[in-house]
Design a protein around this ligand. Structure first.
Ligand code: SF4
Length: 424
């Protein structure tokens, strides 16, 4: 049974910016308060709703961030901290307002925590629209986000508001297929090299997810443990024997596998041995697409920048966590080594953990190479790539970069199952 999760949507803004009207417009009623948020009863009200077109949501109606007398600094912080619980923040803004300190703080926090944020310019009067350029000059970061201007007290604006949210937001329940075009009763070969550091008793999360997904959809997952040492061996016969074991499994099936999903570390062997008629991709690419709810196209375009890199370009390696780094770590060892050999003049920098660099910093990079982002939610991963997209900074992914370094044709081969044109 598929679990339906509720998207958590926070309505933030100053007093009298139209937050309550915005929530009423979304829910099409005087919102029923069903579940006071613990500890902030007076500051935040919570409604659990099914919004037609958006699905099940939990809505937080927060206190005005400039309510100095009633709110106090401690409670104001509590309201701001709630932002981190949200999948989506709707920031109600009165364009005629002259001071945007609270909005600036919400934008800063949303960026730092990679929370999706949509400014809603509330047009109290039709002439308020003319104030928007000045507002965006005062707070240019707003232009990084999808935004809408309308009167939130006009019930006729509900359809355009919902359309705007649906077009720009990927719900927790957005049906992103794990694999492209999965077919019932077909074979799916999972290439899983294991070494002494591979934990016993379980598969890695992407491997387990693919196995479960194939099985759930009435197809047949088959695991192949590839011996990387033998496959790359120069001792007479070892490499050939490992290749024969791999092809022996494929040829022994009633029909060729529809798709091979390989660990990126084994791509040198699987790309070389994969029969031409069989499609190939990697676990890393599968996860990059899944974590961004279907945006593999963006990473593919970003990979197209690799061949245009020149000495002096800056490239950022971004990881969403601070995991302990051992051995042949991809971000700190493998990719830097490949860059040193192929792009000696390119400056490689790192951004580890949940804090992402400021937009002004990010703009200076020719390319961002992001990890799979498995330690953050898809919403947060998506918020990062969406920001890079609005900054027009190309972004790609570890799996695609490793494929590109394998040589001509390998990147195209691993992208082909996703029915994307080869990156330019
Ligand atoms: S892929 Fe996951 S574990 Fe690896 S760096 Fe990114 S967030 Fe951390």
């Amino acid at each position: 049974m598929t679990t339906i999760e509720r998207d958590q949507i926070g309505i933030f803004g100053k007093m009298n910016s139209g937050k309550s009207s915005l929530i009423n417009l979304l829910t099409q009623q005087e919102t029923s308060i069903v579940d006071p948020f613990p500890g902030t009863t007076a500051d935040t009200r919570v409604a659990v709703q099914e919004i037609h077109g958006l699905g099940p949501v939990k809505l937080y109606d927060t206190a005005g961030l400039d309510e100095e007398s009633g709110l106090g600094e401690k409670k104001r912080k509590k309201v701001l901290n709630l932002l981190e619980e949200c999948d989506l923040v709707l920031l109600a803004i009165d364009p005629a307002s002259k001071e945007f300190g609270p909005e600036r703080e919400v934008v800063r926090r949303a960026r730092n925590r990679a929370v999706a944020l949509f400014p809603v310019y509330n047009l109290f009067r039709s002439e308020d629209r003319e104030q928007i350029p000045a507002l965006e000059e005062s707070l240019p970061e707003l232009k990084l986000f999808p935004r809408i201007a309308l009167s939130v007290v006009d019930p006729g604006n509900r359809p355009p508001l919902l359309k705007f949210v649906k077009e720009n937001y990927r719900s927790r329940n957005f049906p992103a297929p794990l694999l492209p075009s999965l077919k019932r009763d077909e074979y799916y070969l999972l290439v899983i090299p294991m070494d002494v550091e591979t934990p016993a008793g379980r598969l890695l999360r992407p491997q387990a997810m693919v196995e479960e997904y194939v099985t759930r959809n009435w197809a047949y997952p088959i695991s192949f443990r590839l011996d990387l040492g033998r496959g790359r061996s120069r001792r007479p016969g070892e490499r050939e024997a490992e290749k024969a074991r791999f092809l022996g499994l494929i040829n022994g099936l009633p029909r060729p596998p529809r798709l091979i999903v390989t660990d990126s570390q084994a791509l040198d062997l699987t790309a070389a041995w994969c029969p031409p008629e069989v499609e190939l991709t990697t676990f890393s690419i599968v996860m990059a697409n899944y974590q961004t709810r279907g945006r593999i196209d963006l990473f593919a375009r970003g990979a197209g920048v690799l061949k245009h890199l020149r000495a002096g370009d800056r490239v950022l390696i971004a990881e969403a966590c601070n995991h302990s780094r051992i051995g042949e770590d991809i971000g700190t060892v493998q990719i830097p080594r490949l860059f040193r050999e192929r792009f000696p003049g390119v400056k490689l920098e790192h951004n580890f953990g949940r804090e992402f660099k400021d937009p002004e910093e990010l703009r200076k990079y020719r390319l961002i190479i992001h990890c799979g982002g498995c330690m953050i939610t898809p919403q947060r991963m998506l918020a990062r790539v969406r920001e890079l997209e609005s900054l027009k900074v190309p972004v790609t992914n570890y799996g695609l970069v490793l494929a590109w370094f394998q040589g001509p044709g390998v990147l195209d081969k691993v992208l082909a199952p996703w029915r994307l044109p080869p990156p330019g």
